[in-house]
Design a protein around this ligand. Structure first.
Ligand code: NAG
Ligand code: NAG
Ligand code: NAG
Ligand code: NAG
Length: 501
């Protein structure tokens, strides 16, 4: 090959790559009103299970077709979106299909009988193929096992809460077994090892995990840190918990903290506080939906960068560790936030600088309210400790929040509206972790896209006066390495405690 030929060859290769790869893409998420079985503890036949799943698939089909028509490249549908929740091992069984490893290179729509009876996978594959769109869904996987495997459950099979992805040709390209099951998911098994599932497209690298997984290191953080995914796919059945764990609030914060695109599709079921879906870019939410009032589903679409750039590396302790705590003369008090005891200071004036500490964490706030409403109390809180209720996870949290009433013991209780407006805020803390998720939630459970930023020295600050009254401004930090204190060290702590007492 001559130099000229080589150059021509290179030029052609490059232009081919450019033609095939996209700088941006259109993402869709669907908040789905799942049709639930009448009684999840009564076993049904496979036929009855299929009737219900097909009724849900009819609704998903409309959303998928509509998203595709509007130019979406990929659509995410929610966890438990075909059959709901509250099953036991036996009653979920008729809903499950054996889902093969994507390495088998299978387009179920073209070869429906290749892996036995798989009507749900066949239909999802055909929906993807016929609409030329990537389809993400959550279904159940079953894997027979026997005495050759000492961990095999007594009923002779593993059952997994499973996400599947079909590409725009209908090919199965991802299968992910949920690692961090939530309370009440006893119908499913935990995979033996956490699975880091990724796939590449012309619009970036994707990773996938499910619901409660977002609170833990594996596989969520690993996908970003070690596998460098651009976009996370997140089917969920998320029950909102205020003040720090409502869906749109926490999921958008994770996107910003981890600097990835995040596509969150929630179930719509207000009776269980399930609502809140969104399309979040690292710099700002692009679309979100929260609706406790209607019984309607909702399709969201937005354009995203295929490779969101990661400009600033944030040092989450840099600013706060240089602050000297000024004594404000205010008395600290304790109050419970979602079962955890925070240390608080009441914000007395309409402007001020406050510092509050708990264990290794000191939180610093500068703020200015437009006008302090007499019937509303705000407080600055700190928490550094292991949360041990629905899961065991170590938190470091700095939070500015509106108390439910003027009684300080209600600071941290769920409250959805406020009327106090802020001109500015700046919140920082002496975090012992690089995993800090910045949350801003306004009255009426609204996000504040484009109204705040994080600086490289670890301040979460307003860029302009927030567009609505503030419910909370929070730095939600996770200290993953302290999640599982070894039994030896907790024994030691208990011994030490006794000696000290
Ligand atoms: C629940 O029961 C009602 C009344 O028997 C029936 O009409 C409906 O189809 C059932 N729903 C499901 C999901 O089976
Ligand atoms: C046990 O399971 C393994 C793999 O799942 C299979 O290869 C083997 O044939 C099974 N043995 C019996 C006795 O069923
Ligand atoms: C973050 O900032 C603190 C305080 O300025 C400094 O001691 C620390 O070394 C910094 N950490 C990193 C990783 O740069
Ligand atoms: C708060 O601190 C900032 C600088 O950190 C300072 O400019 C401002 O005057 C302080 N405000 C009050 C009320 O002390």
């Amino acid at each position: 090959m001559t130099a000229a030929q080589l150059l021509a060859y290179v030029a052609i290769s490059v232009s081919w790559v450019e033609a095939g790869s996209l700088d941006t893409f259109v993402a869709a998420v669907y908040e789905h009103v799942v049709i639930l079985p009448n009684d999840t503890l009564l076993p049904v036949s496979r036929e009855e299970a299929l009737v219900l799943m097909n009724r849900n698939l009819d609704l998903l089909e409309r959303a998928i077709a509509s998203a595709a028509k509007q130019g979406a490249h990929i659509i995410v549908t929610p966890e438990d979106g075909l059959y709901g929740w509250n099953f036991n091992r036996e009653t979920i069984y008729p809903y499950l299909e054996d889902i093969p490893d994507p390495q088998v290179n299978w387009i179920p729509c073209n070869h429906p009988n290749r892996f036995g009876h798989t009507p749900v996978q066949n239909r999802l594959s055909c929906l993807a193929k016929e609409n030329s769109i990537y389809v993400v869904a959550n279904i159940g996987d079953k894997k027979p096992c026997n005495a050759s495997d000492p961990q095999c459950p007594l009923d002779g099979r593993y059952q997994y809460n499973t996400d599947v992805v079909f590409d725009s040709q209908g090919k199965l390209v991802a299968r992910y077994h949920k690692q961090n099951l939530f309370l009440g998911e006893g119908q499913f098994n935990v995979p033996k090892e956490p699975e880091a599932v990724t796939f590449d497209t012309t619009f970036g690298r994707f990773g996938i995990f499910t619901c409660f997984d977002i609170l833990f290191h594996d596989p969520a953080v690993t996908l970003v840190k070690d596998f460098h995914v651009d976009t996370v796919l997140f089917p969920t059945a998320w029950m909102n918990v205020l003040p720090h764990l409502s869906a749109i609030e926490f999921h958008s914060a994770w996107a910003m903290g981890m600097k990835v695109n995040f596509l969150a599709s929630n179930i719509h079921h207000p009776a269980k506080k399930m609502t809140g879906s969104g399309i979040y870019a690292p710099d700002s939410p692009r679309a979100f939906h929260y609706d406790m009032k209607t019984k309607e589903g909702k399709l969201l679409l937005s354009q995203l960068d295929s490779h969101p750039n990661h400009p600033v590396v944030v040092n989450w302790t840099s600013y706060a560790s240089g602050i000297e705590a000024l004594s404000t003369g205010n008395k600290e008090f304790k109050s419970i936030v979602f079962f955890d005891e925070f240390t608080f200071l009441e914000l007395k004036g309409d402007t001020g600088n406050y510092t509050v500490c708990q264990k290794d964490l000191c939180c610093h706030l500068s703020y200015k309210m437009s006008e302090k409403e007499a019937d509303e109390v705000y407080a600055l809180g700190a928490f550094d400790g292991l949360h041990t209720v629905e899961g065991s996870y170590h938190l470091q949290i700095c939070t500015l929040l509106k108390c439910k009433t003027t009684n300080l013991h209600t600071c941290g209780h769920s409250v959805e509206t406020a009327s106090t407006r802020f001109d500015m805020f700046s919140l920082s803390g002496t975090f012992g972790t690089q995993y800090v998720f910045p949350e801003v939630l306004l009255s009426g459970i609204q996000l504040a896209p484009g109204e705040f930023q994080v600086s490289s020295d670890g301040r979460l600050f307003s860029l302009k006066p927030p567009s609505g009254p503030v419910l909370t401004v929070t730095l939600f930090g996770r200290v993953y390495e302290k999640d599982h204190p070894s039994s030896a060290s907790s024994h030691l702590t208990a011994e030490t405690l006794i000696v000290m007492l």
